[in-house]
Every structure is written in structure tokens, then in C-alpha cells.
Write a new protein. Structure first.
Length: 230
């Protein structure tokens, strides 16, 4: 691993998840991580976009909870099986990173519709196409039509979902859930133990879906251990 910037505590900003609160991240920049090094960071609550690694350092708040799924014991719920059946006409493809105008357009339409956000091509490339570690790209397609794209970091014992975006016109298909189910299946095929879903924030509606994949574990910030959640 090569550090580009040592660990720093960032200035507080408005929290994007819980109204009336502030967020503050501990962060660093790094490149050239191997799969084992990445596993160590994921196992201690770090997340990343491109070479930017971060984890919460908020004053008096531990609401951002790292979440991972035990893929070897995972069983799809009744509603998740319905999502799979509803999307039997789609294919899930996994491969190396390959940016395109079509993918950027899909990312922008998803961000504008879901979050009211926009990213330049430079910001988009920095987030997803400057990988500091082994990475995969997920694509969901209806014949030749691209409906969803995701980015996965590949650790020695896990896959970690970085981000997933989809065509807003197909929101009723629940493509976010579908991508997670296919990515968990990929973990199982590769003999991996965990599937990381980022941070779950109780009380934040847009994060509620993350806690529906069982069995799962939450990271205990105070004791630096993972705990199974009933």
C-alpha cells in the first residue's frame, strides 16, 4: 500500500442521513492495496471511493453502522425471491472496469432522480475508475439495454459494494436488491465469507433496505468487534 495522504480528521459538515446532525470523517488517500490489505480496512469499518478512504469520527454519534452479510449462511427472503423471479429476463455480468458515456449517463440520471445530485465526468472517473485495489464492475442488462451498473471491491475474504446505480424508469424492478442478490451469489461462487454493504443508519429511510439481508453482522465501534444481529 502506498499512502498519498496520512490519516486526518475532517471538518464537520451537515449530516446527509439524519437531520439536525453533523458528520465528521477520519480519512486518508492510498493506492496499490492488495486484497489482504483491503480486507483489513473493511474489517475495521473503513469505506472508500476511488483512493479516498473514510470512516465516521462524529462527535457523540455512532449511528453509521458498518454492515456485512454472512454469505455462506445467506438465504433469500420471500420478497427477495420474488425480485429474482420478476427479473429472470435480465442478465448479470461481472468483469473488469470499463467506463463509457452510457454508464456515465446512467449514473447521472440515477443521481438526479434519486438524490438531486450531479457529477462531472472528472468526479465520476475519480470515484469509480481510479481503483486503488482489485475491483469489479457489475452490469444488469435487458438484452443489449443497460439497466444497472455497480462497482465492487475485491478483498481476500469478501466483496464490498462501493455503489450501484440504475435506470430510474425501471425502479419498480427493485434493481438495487437484485444486484445485491447476484453479488452475494458471486461471493458464494468464489468461496468468500462476507459481502459488505457499507453503512446502515437506523432512522434513515434510504438505508433501510441494507438491513434486510440475513444473516448479517453489525460492527461495534466501541469494542471494535463484529456482532451478529438477530
Amino acid at each position: 500500500m502506498q499512502l498519498l495522504r496520512a490519516t486526518a480528521i475532517e471538518n464537520a459538515e451537515p449530516c446527509p442521513y439524519l437531520p439536525g446532525r453533523e458528520k465528521r470523517y477520519e480519512s486518508f488517500y492510498a493506492i496499490d492495496l492488495d486484497a489482504v490489505e483491503l480486507s483489513g480496512f473493511l474489517n475495521t469499518g473503513w469505506r472508500k471511493f476511488g483512493p479516498y478512504f473514510f470512516r465516521p469520527a462524529c462527535d457523540g454519534c455512532r449511528s453509521c453502522i458498518p454492515l456485512r452479510v454472512d454469505v455462506n449462511a445467506f438465504v433469500a427472503s420471500r420478497s427477495q425471491r420474488r425480485v429474482l423471479r420478476r427479473n429472470l429476463d435480465l442478465t448479470a455480468q461481472f468483469g473488469p472496469l470499463h467506463p463509457s458515456e452510457q454508464i456515465y449517463d446512467l449514473y447521472c440520471r440515477h443521481g438526479a432522480e434519486r438524490f438531486g445530485t450531479f457529477s462531472t465526468t472528472e468526479e465520476f472517473a475519480c470515484l469509480f475508475y481510479l481503483p486503488p485495489c482489485p475491483t469489479l464492475q457489475t452490469e444488469l442488462r435487458l438484452d443489449d439495454e443497460l439497466l444497472g451498473v455497480g462497482w465492487l471491491d475485491c478483498a481476500s475474504d469478501a466483496l464490498s459494494s462501493v455503489y450501484f446505480c440504475f435506470d430510474p424508469h425501471h425502479a419498480s424492478r427493485r434493481l438495487g436488491t437484485l444486484s445485491i442478490l447476484h453479488e452475494i451469489a458471486l461471493c458464494q461462487e468464489r468461496g468468500l465469507s462476507w459481502y459488505y454493504l457499507g453503512y446502515y443508519v437506523p432512522g434513515c429511510p434510504v438505508m433501510a433496505y441494507k438491513d434486510q439481508f440475513l444473516p448479517r453482522q453489525h460492527y461495534d465501534w466501541d469494542n471494535s468487534v463484529w456482532r451478529a444481529v438477530d
